[in-house]
Design a protein around this ligand. Structure first.
Ligand code: SAH
Length: 356
């Protein structure tokens, strides 16, 4: 299966240098490259019609050379509790991805998807139920942010790559996305305001360290030992926790950004005080934050979220060992919160999934 959609002729995925070359090739003046790139990456143009100061003839030439597609909002849910907005975007080939917009006191944050589906198989996650369909291009990752800015008419200050997909399983496009979204010619989102979350692909973590980005890295941990982690996350059979933690420490040694560990609390599975103590041992001496998330129930699984009392006890235990902990504010609790639920429901409606 070819999961890499060719991005050779995908205008939104082209770097500034690639756009300069394209503009030269179609015989336009160099300053047109800056205008075109600005329309695409600063001003969120959704079609050539938006690009008012570009000559018609240039647009016609572009249409013959490249594809330009802007995602269509297929569905949007708005939380009545906190204004969180969840989008289901339709891409050029009809595939759909989810993105979430959240407003915090420090600014607006967008959670984007990095793949259509996912092949990591985490047992508690709705996004992986249908497997991986394909990787997203850099342009498709960028366009989720642009389409949300366009719809909300608000600036986005933080981006988390924590939606559907495993970002380090789509490494090249992820890195291009990070370069383009943090670039001054685009939205210029500071690398410090970008977070990538991984289930723990060690070679990917090591490669990312070598990029020397200032981005934040989050690891989906969910268990304090390999035995339990292998039950919850098939990927844990490929990489031992000791190797993952070494890779995380190495990552930290380069950019000195506090690491985040995500831990979904599943009732009766990973929420005991003993596990909290074991987790403290694993994270000892690290500059990190543990983000506790009561697991979002997914119909297909028997997992239930830890109770409030157990979550608080788990948090306290970690804090007693000097570890920073937050219990994630449940944003948009009243809308299809869990990863992949919206897309899954949409697919079921269209009959792609039986019995869901
Ligand atoms: N593949 C990446 C990013 C996508 S998943 C990763 O594993 O980090 C984003 C986060 O949501 C991960 O921490 C994932 O483990 C978590 N997650 C997935 N399904 C969940 C659920 N039903 N309840 C709570 N967290 C979930």
């Amino acid at each position: 299966m070819n999961t890499n959609k060719s991005d050779l002729s995908d205008l939104l995925s082209m770097s500034y240098e690639e756009v300069e070359k394209l503009v030269d090739e179609i015989g336009e003046k160099p300053y047109r490259a800056e205008q075109l790139y600005g329309w695409l990456h600063k001003r969120g143009a959704s079609s050539y019609e938006d690009m008012r100061n570009l000559p018609k003839a240039m647009k016609e030439k572009l249409k013959g050379r490249v594809t330009f597609f802007f995602p269509r909002i297929r569905e949007k849910q708005v939380s009545k509790l906190d204004g969180t907005k969840k989008y289901l975007f339709e891409l050029a080939d009809g595939e759909c991805v989810e993105s979430v917009w959240m407003s915090y006191h420090h600014g607006n944050s967008v959670c984007i998807s990095s793949q259509v589906g996912c092949r990591m198989g985490c047992t508690f996650c709705a996004s992986t139920l249908l497997g991986l369909t394909r990787n997203l291009t850099a342009g498709e990752m960028l366009a989720q942010v642009y389409a949300i800015e366009r719809d909300t008419k608000e600036r986005v200050s933080n981006v988390v790559v924590m939606g559907t997909g495993e970002p380090l399983d789509n490494y090249g496009n992820l890195v291009k996305f990070i370069r383009m979204i943090s670039d001054g010619k685009g939205l210029c989102i500071s690398e410090r305001n970008i977070t990538v979350s991984t289930c723990g692909l060690v070679p990917g973590i090591r490669k990312l360290r070598d990029e020397n980005f200032m981005i934040n890295l989050a690891l989906s941990l969910h268990a304090p030992n390999d035995v339990l982690r292998r039950q919850l996350m098939p990927v844990a059979r490929s990489y031992a926790l000791s190797d993952i933690m070494d890779a995380m420490r190495d990552y930290y040694s380069v950019n000195r950004r506090r690491l985040t560990f995500e831990y979904s609390l599943i009732r009766g599975v990973n929420d005991s005080e003993e596990m909290a103590v074991e987790l403290s041992g694993l994270l000892k001496g690290m500059n990190c934050l543990v983000n506790l998330i009561p697991v979002n129930p997914v119909e297909e699984t028997a997992y239930r979220p830890a109770g409030r009392g157990d979550a608080l006890r788990f948090k306290k235990k970690l804090e007693n060992h000097g570890i920073h902990v937050t219990i994630r504010r449940e944003m948009g609790r009243d809308i299809d919160g869990a990863c992949g639920q919206l897309r899954k429901r949409d697919a079921a409606k269209r009959g792609d999934l039986q019995g869901v």
